[in-house]
Design a protein around this ligand. Structure first.
Ligand code: ADP
Ligand code: MG
Length: 732
C-alpha cells in the first residue's frame, strides 16, 4: 500500500546521484565554438566536402527551385555517408513529421555485405532522396485507405541532415517531407514549405511596388520559439499512472505553497536542473540549434529554453529537436521533462511563444519599424497586412493551436484567452491612429529612463511597454504568437500565419496595383498606399487591443467588437472546415481541399482519443488506487471508534469524522460509476465523440477530481497511493 514513501525515497537518492555523472561530463567539455554544429551536414560541410559543381547545383535546388538530379544526389549521398561514418554513425533514417505532431524515424543500417564475408558502408542517391515508410500506420485523416498504404518520404534539401547520438549509437537523420502516393501531404512540413513559398510570392510583390526588391532573391519567414516545460523527478513520474500515460495529473490537491510567493520566476536555477539544462544545450549545440536563453518559469518546477531565431523551416525542425533533447537528456539526471500544456491543475501551464517575422535573404527584417516609423510606409504596409490577416482569420489562428491539452491552459489567467487580438503598443497604435486620420507626422519616442542614481547607466526606454497577456503581441520587430501550446509542433500554427498574411499582402498588392499600376512613381505609390492603409486601419483596427487580455471586461468588449471567443477545441475546429478557409488554403496552394479535410479529421480523432484515454485512466486510478486507500482509512477510523468505545470513552468526535468520511467516499464511488458508464458509451465517429467527451465526460472528470482531491487531504498520507503535488513540484 505504500508506493508513495518508496517512490519518494528513490527520488531523493536519485536526486543526489546525478552530481557525479555531471562532474564526469564537465571534465572533458569542449568550447562551444568547437562543438557547435559539429553533427550537422550543413552548407559549410558541404562546401568542404562536395565538388564545387555539385555544391552549386544543390544551392540552385534550394534557392531557385531546380530539380534535384539523381547524379547529384549520388555524389551528396556518398559524401554524407563518409562524413556520418567518420562520426560513428551506423544507421540512417528519413526523419519526418507526420500528423501525430511528433517526429518519426525508421532506422536502416548503412552496411552492405560485400560478398566476401565483410561489409562496406553505403548510402545511394536514391536512398538519400526517397524512402517508403508504411504510411498506413500514421494518421492520414482519410487521405488514403489502408489497402493503398503507399507513402513516400522525400529529402528536404533546405534543412541540413544531422546525427543524433545516444550512449552507444549514432544515427544519421535526413529531414524529409512525407507524402502519399498521389503527392498529398501526410505531414506538417510539406504545407509549411508551401506556405513559406506563398509568403515569399506575395511579400515580393510589395517590395517590387516599393522598388526595394533590388538584390533580393527571396523573402523568408523567421521564427524564434520560447519553450516552457516542467522537470520533475523521474521516479515520481512513474509512480503516477496519470502522468506516465497522459502527461498530466488527473488528481492532485493543491499544496500549501506553490507559486503564491512569486519566488520561482527568474529565481536561481536548482543545481540538478541546471546540470540537465547544460547537457541539453550541449546536445543542441552539436546539432546546430542556437539555444541561448534558460530560466525558471512562473510555476515551481517549470523552466524555459529559447534558441535564437532562424529561418522558419529550420527553426521548426530545430524546435522538434529541442523537445526531443529535453525528453532524452532529462532521463540521465533522474528527471522527466513534461511538455504538456497543463500537467498540474491550479499552477501555471506551459506554452510555446512563436516569434514570427519576415525578412529578405539579404537580412532586412521587414517588420522593423526603424526610427522614424511614421515615414516608413513599407513597414506600415506589412504591419497593416498582419493586422488585417489576424482580424479576418483570428478563428483560424485559434483553431491552429487547438488541442485537448491546450484547452486546459488558454484563458486560465496565465495564458492568453481564446480570443485572438493584437497588441501593438503605444507608438504603433499612435501611428495607425494618425494613418486613419490622414498623413502620420510623428513617432512617439521612449526616451531615457532616469534611475535616480548617478552611478547607474542611463537605461534606454522602449517606446512601448510589454504586454504579456496578448495572444499576438508586437514586440519591437516581430510578432509573438503566445497562445501556442508547449507540446505542439509549431509547423502548423506557422503554416496558418504564413498563409493568412500572404493572402492579406496579396490583397494589398492587388489594391496598390489597381490604384497606381504595377510600376508606380514614388509620388503615385505614396498617395495610393496612404489611401489604402487608411481604409484598412478603419476596417480592421477592432482586432487591436493593448489592455489586459485576462479581464472579464475585455471578453465583453471583444464580443462588442465582433471578435470570436472559441473556448474549446471542439468549438474552434469548425473554423478550419469553413468554405473561406478551404479557398484560402487552396488559393495559395498550401493545402488542397482533401488535405485540409484530412487534417481536421486527424485533429478530431486526436482530441477524442486523448480525452478517452484520460477518462479511462482516471477510472482506473480511482478504482485501483484511491478507493482501496480510502477504504483502509475508513477501516482505521471505524476501528478507532470501536476501540475508543471499548475503553469506555465517548467516541462522538471520531464517530462523526467517520460518518463524514464515509459520506465522502460514497460520493466518490457514485461519481466514479457515473464517469465509468459515460466514458464507456461509444459515440461512433470522431466529431460526435469529441463533442460528447467535451460536453459530458470532461465535466464528470472535473467533478470526480474535486471529490478525489478532498479525499487526498483527509486520508492518512502513508495510505495515499501517489506522490503529492508537493513532492512532484518541490523535489528538485
Ligand atoms: P521574451 O521572453 O522577452 O519574449 P526571449 O529572448 O526569451 O524574449 O525570446 C525572444 C525570441 O524572439 C528569441 O527566440 C529571439 O531570437 C526571437 N526573435 C528576435 N528577433 C526575431 C525575428 N526578427 N524573427 C523571429 N524571431 C525573433
Ligand atoms: Mg517572449
Amino acid at each position: 500500500m505504500s508506493t508513495s514513501p518508496t517512490s519518494v525515497q528513490r527520488a531523493v537518492s536519485a536526486a543526489s546521484d546525478w552530481e557525479s555523472n555531471a562532474q564526469k561530463q564537465r571534465a572533458g567539455k569542449q568550447p562551444i565554438e568547437e562543438i557547435f554544429g559539429i553533427d550537422v551536414f550543413g552548407w559549410k560541410t558541404m562546401h568542404e566536402r562536395l565538388p564545387k559543381s555539385v555544391y552549386k547545383a544543390l544551392q540552385r535546388v534550394v534557392h531557385e527551385g531546380d530539380v534535384l538530379h539523381p547524379s547529384i544526389a549520388d555524389v551528396v549521398a556518398s559524401a554524407m555517408k563518409d562524413w556520418a561514418a567518420e562520426r560513428g554513425a551506423t544507421h540512417y533514417t528519413h526523419w519526418f513529421q507526420p500528423m501525430t505532431g511528433l517526429t518519426a524515424e525508421k532506422h536502416d543500417g548503412l552496411i552492405v555485405p560485400n560478398g566476401d564475408g565483410q561489409v562496406v558502408l553505403r548510402l545511394s542517391g536514391e536512398e538519400l532522396s526517397q524512402g517508403e515508410p508504411d504510411a498506413s500506420s500514421f494518421p492520414s485523416g482519410g487521405l488514403r485507405a489502408t489497402f493503398e498504404a503507399r507513402g513516400y518520404t522525400a529529402w528536404d534539401v533546405s534543412s541540413p541532415a544531422f546525427i543524433v547520438r545516444g550512449q552507444n549509437h549514432a544515427t544519421l537523420c535526413i529531414p524529409t517531407v512525407f507524402v502519399s502516393w498521389n503527392g498529398e501531404a501526410l505531414d506538417h512540413k510539406t504545407p509549411l514549405l508551401r506556405s513559406i513559398d506563398a509568403l515569399n510570392t506575395q511579400a515580393m510583390r510589395i517590395l517590387k511596388l516599393f522598388g526595394t526588391d533590388k538584390g533580393v532573391g527571396h523573402i523568408q519567414a523567421t521564427m524564434g520559439t520560447e519553450q516552457e516545460y516542467f522537470l520533475i523527478d523521474r521516479n515520481m513520474y512513474f509512480a503516477r499512472p496519470d502522468l506516465s500515460t497522459c502527461e498530466r495529473t488527473l488528481f492532485g490537491a493543491m499544496p500549501p505553497k506553490h507559486q503564491q510567493l512569486d519566488d520561482h520566476y527568474f529565481g536561481s536555477i536548482p543545481p540538478r536542473v541546471l546540470a540537465c539544462m547544460a547537457e541539453v544545450e550541449d546536445e543542441l549545440y552539436r546539432l546546430g540549434v542556437p539555444v541561448k536563453t534558460r530560466h525558471n518559469e512562473v510555476a515551481p518546477g517549470q523552466y524555459e529554453i529559447a534558441p535564437v531565431f532562424e529561418e522558419m523551416n529550420i527553426a521548426c525542425d530545430h524546435q522538434m529537436l529541442v523537445m526531443e533533447a529535453l525528453k532524452r537528456v532529462s532521463a540521465r539526471f533522474g528527471l522527466r521533462a513534461i511538455l504538456h500544456e497543463k500537467p498540474f491543475a491550479g499552477v501555471n501551464g506551459s506554452g510555446k511563444h512563436c516569434n514570427w517575422a519576415i525578412a529578405t535573404d539579404t537580412g532586412v527584417n521587414l517588420l522593423d519599424p526603424q526610427d522614424e516609423t511614421h515615414t516608413n510606409l513599407q513597414f506600415l504596409t506589412f504591419l497593416t497586412g498582419v493586422i488585417r490577416a489576424v482580424h479576418l482569420n483570428g478563428d483560424l489562428m485559434r483553431a491552429s493551436i487547438a488541442s485537448a491539452a491546450n484547452d486546459h491552459r488558454l484563458g486560465a489567467n496565465e495564458a492568453p484567452p481564446a480570443i485572438i487580438s493584437i497588441f501593438l503598443g503605444d507608438m504603433l497604435t499612435d501611428i495607425i491612429e494618425q494613418l486613419e486620420k490622414g498623413t502620420p507626422s510623428r513617432t512617439l519616442k521612449g526616451g531615457a529612463l532616469d534611475v535616480g542614481a548617478t552611478t547607474l547607466p542611463q537605461i534606454k526606454r522602449d517606446s512601448g511597454d510589454r504586454n504579456r497577456t496578448s495572444p499576438m503581441a508586437f514586440t519591437g520587430n516581430r510578432f509573438e504568437f503566445r497562445a501556442v501550446g508547449s507540446s505542439a509542433s509549431v509547423a502548423w500554427p506557422c503554416t496558418v500565419i504564413n498563409t493568412i498574411v500572404a493572402d492579406s499582402l496579396g490583397h494589398i498588392a492587388d489594391e496598390i496595383e489597381a490604384a497606381a499600376g504595377k510600376d508606380p512613381t514614388p509620388a503615385k505609390l505614396e498617395t495610393a498606399v496612404k489611401k489604402i492603409l487608411k481604409g484598412m486601419v478603419k476596417d480592421h483596427k477592432a482586432v487591436v487591443f493593448n489592455g489586459d487580455n485576462y479581464t472579464p471586461e475585455w471578453h465583453a468588449e471583444a464580443e462588442r467588437r465582433g471578435l470570436v471567443n472559441l473556448r474549446s477545441s471542439v468549438e474552434a475546429y469548425p473554423a478550419l472546415a469553413s468554405r473561406q478557409s478551404g479557398s484560402l488554403f487552396k488559393k495559395h496552394k498550401v493545402l488542397s481541399k482533401a488535405e485540409l479535410e484530412s487534417r481536421i479529421e486527424v485533429m478530431y480523432e486526436k482530441y477524442a482519443m486523448q480525452c478517452e484515454i484520460e477518462a479511462q485512466q482516471m477510472v482506473l486510478i480511482a478504482r485501483q488506487m484511491i478507493l482501496p486507500g480510502a477504504y483502509e482509512h475508513q477501516r482505521r477510523l471505524a476501528e478507532t471508534v470501536g476501540a475508543t468505545q471499548g475503553a469506555g470513552v465517548d467516541a462522538g468526535g471520531v464517530f462523526s469524522e467517520l460518518e463524514d468520511f464515509v459520506e465522502l467516499v460514497n460520493r466518490f464511488r457514485e461519481k466514479l460509476d457515473e464517469l465509468d458508464r459515460a466514458a464507456g458509451t461509444d459515440q461512433g465517429e470522431a466529431h460526435a465523440s469529441a463533442a460528447y467527451l467535451r460536453g459530458t465526460v470532461l465535466p464528470l472528470m472535473d467533478d470526480l477530481r474535486a471529490i478525489g482531491d478532498e479525499l487526498e487531504i483527509r486520508v492518512a498520507s502513508e495510505l495515499w497511493p501517489m506522490p503529492s503535488y508537493r513532492e512532484l513540484l518541490m523535489l528538485r
